[in-house]
Design a protein around this ligand. Sequence first.
Ligand code: ATP
Ligand code: MG
Ligand code: FE
Length: 351
Amino acid sequence: MVVLGIESSCDETAAAIVTDDRRILADTIFAQIAEHTPFGGVVPEIAARAHLDHLDDTIAAAMRQAGMKFADLDAVAVTGGPGLIGGVIVGVMMAKAIALAHKKPFIAVNHLEGHALTARLTDDVAFPYLLLLVSGGHCQLLVVEGVGRYQRLGATIDDAAGEAFDKAAKLMGLGFPGGPAVAKAAAGATAPFRNLPRPMKGRPDCNFSFSGLKTALRQRVDALKAEHAFDDATRANLAAGFQAAVVDCLIDRTRHALELAQAAHPTLSALVVAGGVAANQHLREALHKLAAKHGIPIVAPPPRLCTDNAAMIAWAGIERLHAGERSGFDYAPRPRWPLDSAAPALAGAGV
Ligand code: ATP
Ligand code: MG
Ligand code: FE
């Protein structure tokens, strides 16, 4: 089975061609960095227009890369939500048009399910596994029991982990996109700040919180600016301190969830990390240590497949198509679509 995947839910315009024996035949991404940099963040209306401008070429490039024609495809998969609705509409309309014109099945998949199942594209991971989903809009711990079967153990009560990185980058004047900018600045630290808070650490639940950490960072930045001590070296040390605090929080909450999940699911196969923040090298190293301590494999897809891409959408489509599903051409894009209700939502896709 060969599937074209299309992703346009945020600021990456992406197309990929993936086979059900896990080969990525093409993977093209147009990252709208120049479009959003002047604003220091993603502007939804600009993103939607940029998807409209670039999606044609991005898909054509993927088809060329794979050496394929639309007629060679078995299906078209697209992000049907959640995300910035203008962009999702552009992708869904394009996918429907290609599928209709070439008489192929069309399937709308949950963007988060794309992140959640990426590990099964890159590695041979069996259900159930514990997933730390850390992206620009989400921060959750879930037991993935099967396709469409997600048991949420905890989630952020305020900001997502990626959002925290993005806001911190803006606060420190590090630019857009924030996560990679903070990581890059942190790499030059000589004496990382040590006394930033670790919200929720040690709590008996599996929830996260990052807004207090962001406030602490803002106060620190303001104080340093008032003392005229906010130079590049200080900025690097603050970035490193912030990154360490976020990673500490993520590891503490994941440790707790891992203990619960291992007790509840004796066949738990792996600890999996997904979403843009999973590209963070410090987090990856810390998760490796955590998993080793708990005697469980860690699966962290290559960074390019952690941030938004269309290969994960094609793959989630393949998993759904294998389960006998497809969407109707009256499918309506969804701005919100929680992962834990992915199954009922998709069973009713086309409604
Ligand atoms: P969602 O998947 O929740 O809908 P999204 O699609 O916008 O949100 P992703 O593309 O999965 O999010 O991830 C983007 C986020 O990952 C951004 O917040 C970005 O700052 C963060 N990120 C990317 N690379 C890194 C990195 N190396 N370190 C930390 N954060 C990173
Ligand atoms: Mg992005
Ligand atoms: Fe994403």
